[in-house]
Ligand binder design. Structure first.
Ligand code: SAM
Ligand code: F3S
Length: 616
């Protein structure tokens, strides 16, 4: 067997990870074979070694995707259609001749993957291994490591007899869960992954329980800490469930997301009824963690974690629009922002796994995909070989049957012309950009540590408007940043006048723990901040109204997403610009359809129209 080349290692993953045993390992070790329990593998079966070697050199050049080659050239009829996907090879059963994978991956091939058998292969590596079936090219698509060994503190919940619903003694009882999601799209995507895992444990969503006023047995609160008021909501949400527990009900309370990461163990002190505190990087590990909870531990999982590919499918809220994470974490250090300390360092998913997820979504009938990343333009810089976000966009844009692709969030420091070019040239990439500017003043931007100027921002806008005049541009802005003067604030309003955004998420600066700006002594008073917020909101509403009004009289393609709860004879959907549109129609007939809608009126946040065609 020869290990021929390595396609992926998280080069930027440098921090140390403490283990329960008190030793410290670095990020590379975490994902290496020594802590591995299993690999998820794909394979290509070939009849000659010559062909295998030729393909390997093509992979090495980075110009061929393993899954595509598997689908086109593999001799393995059982895995060919699935891009060579075999599944997990568990080292505990690798030498078992009765193992269910035996027909696909013979025993000698599985054994060769076990660490210590001559390879210290890592995820992304491609190996060439011979068997009686022929020559296998094996790609290690993912690695499963023993999460219980790392970064997770357990507390014996001794001295109290609060029961948790996932206690094995409750077995036999059907459990129901609820997930409350706060904050950004990233959290919505994490909640869907959490729900998927709970359902794979046979815990059902509460709304399937046929009982009025039913309460969940497993309560997940997926929290946001971007601003202080978001954080405060968490405690008020936990309260009633904590009381249920104190009153003797068996309920498991899980705090996930950024507040969990930020507060860690403190949360258990403040709310001792909580069973599990898990940071965002553990979103696809909840099943493992709950096992520990079931064994009577209170668990805090907040240590930095390498995010492996999802083992279970997310339970998606929508049947038409889906989130797809492409890069986790953020390596920027904006002086106001807590995200890097709660979501960790950047970690790009491989282009292959992103494309595979998108293709599967298309097969399931999804029409629109939103790609997610805190700084999406950083995509691929931690991969080896490096990838560019615009290349990924072009690949996703070419997926047949995928009607619409959106992406958030662009960062003006890194956003390249090639991203605008990709959107301009590819019909399925929506003509819609979300590019936070945060301030319209260079001094404030410098203090924020944003790494871009107003001129750079405006040059991006100019490029978009030149190439795609009709594109919508939305943004985020913060007012009342420490030391911001009235003149500097007026520069922000001026930038808004220059650009005329389709809409802007406006926020008052909120000091966050562990961020530099929170320590500064030049904080503004609440009155000044709220006055600036009101003024910017007025301008924002005015511009948004003007931009929306330009749509009146036009016929636009609208993807129908749901029924108007206030007017059941109406449905709603979005144009490719992202405008919300209501119009008469039957949801059973129209859900997921792209229809032509003539836009007739504009109100504060939406448009109304009438359907004039099926939009094909
Ligand atoms: N990654 C994105 C970017 O490049 O700006 C945004 C991430 S953050 C989740 C979303 C928005 O929250 C930011 O764009 C910023 O406007 C706002 N935000 C972040 N920290 C804030 C703070 N301390 N106070 C007020 N708003 C904040
Ligand atoms: Fe936050 Fe700046 Fe990253 S706003 S998410 S630190 S790009």
């Amino acid at each position: 067997m020869t290990q021929l080349f390595s396609t992926k290692q998280p080069k930027t993953a440098k921090p140390s990870f403490p283990t329960l045993r008190g030793t410290t390992v670095n990020a590379r070790k975490i994902v290496d074979s020594k802590s591995a329990k299993a690999y998820r593998v794909r394979h290509i079966l070939l009849q000659t070694e010559e062909l295998a070697d030729q393909l390997l050199s093509n992979f090495r050049g980075g110009d061929m995707l393993f899954t595509e080659v598997a689908a086109q050239m593999s001799d393995c009829t059982l895995t060919k259609e699935k891009g060579g996907e075999v599944g997990w090879v568990d080292f505990a059963t690798a030498s078992d001749p009765e193992h269910h994978l035996d027909g696909l991956l013979p025993k000698n091939v599985r054994e060769a993957l076990v660490p210590g058998q001559g390879t210290d292969a890592k995820t992304g590596d491609v190996l060439k291994i011979e068997s009686h079936r022929g020559v296998h090219l094996i790609q290690l698509a993912d690695i499963m490591v023993d999460v219980r060994e790392r970064g997770k503190k357990r507390f014996r919940a001794e001295g109290n007899n609060w029961r948790t619903a996932v206690d094995p003694s409750n077995s036999g009882k059907q459990l129901y869960y609820s997930v409350e999601t706060m904050g950004c799209q990233m959290n919505s995507a994490d909640s869907e992954r959490i729900s998927g895992q709970l359902e794979s444990m046979n815990i059902l969503p509460l709304d399937e329980k046929d009982e009025k006023k039913a309460q969940p047995d497993v309560v997940v609160i997926n929290t946001c800490s971007i601003r202080d008021h978001a954080e405060q909501k968490v405690y008020s949400y936990i309260g009633p469930h904590a009381k249920r527990k104190r009153d003797g009900e068996s309920v498991s309370i899980i705090v996930a997301g950024c507040v969990a990461e930020q507060e860690g163990e403190q949360l258990l002190r403040r709310c001792p009824e909580v069973d599990l505190v898990m940071g965002p990087q553990y979103a696809n590990r909840i099943a493992d963690l709950l096992e520990d909870v079931g064994n009577g531990n209170q668990v805090v999982a907040t240590a930095p974690e390498y995010i492996v590919e999802d083992i279970t499918k997310p339970k998606r809220d929508s049947t038409t629009c889906a989130w797809v994470n492409i890069i986790y974490g953020c390596n920027e250090r904006c002086a106001f922002c807590i995200v890097p300390s709660t979501r960790g360092i950047e970690q790009s998913r491989t282009a292959e796994s992103v494309i595979k997820e998108c293709e599967e979504l298309v097969k399931e009938g999804y029409k629109e995909i939103t790609l997610l990343g805190q700084n999406i333009d950083a995509y691929g810089r931690d991969l080896s070989p490096k990838r560019k976000f615009s290349d990924l966009l072009n690949m996703i844009g070419a997926i047949e049957g995928l009607e619409r692709v959106r992406f958030v969030t662009s960062h003006p420091r890194y956003m390249s012309d090639s991203v605008v070019d990709a959107v301009a040239s590819n019909p399925s990439l929506c003509n819609s950009f979300h590019i936070p500017f945060q301030s319209g003043n260079d001094k404030v931007l410098r203090e924020m540590g944003r790494g871009h100027t107003v001129a750079k921002y405006l040059s991006i806008v100019e490029r978009i408007r030149n190439q795609i005049p009709d594109a919508s541009i939305t943004a985020d802005v913060i007012v009342g940043f420490p030391g911001e003067t009235e003149e500097e604030f007026l520069d922000t309003l001026k930038l808004m006048e220059t650009v005329k955004f389709d809409s802007v998420n406006t926020a008052v600066y909120s000091p966050r723990p562990n961020t530099p700006a929170a320590e500064w002594t030049n904080q503004l008073d609440e009155e000044t901040k709220s006055d600036r917020l009101q003024r910017i909101n007025r301008l924002n509403l005015q511009h948004a109204g003007e931009r929306r009004a330009r749509m009146i009289g036009r016929t636009e393609k609208v993807l129908v997403e749901g029924r108007n709860v206030k007017k059941p004879n109406q449905v709603y959907g979005r144009t490719e610009h992202g405008y919300l549109v209501y119009f008469d129609g039957t949801i059973d007939e129209l859900l997921g359809a792209i229809v032509d809608v003539k836009l007739l009126e504009s109100s504060t946040y939406s448009l109304t129209g009438e359907i004039v065609g099926r939009g094909e």
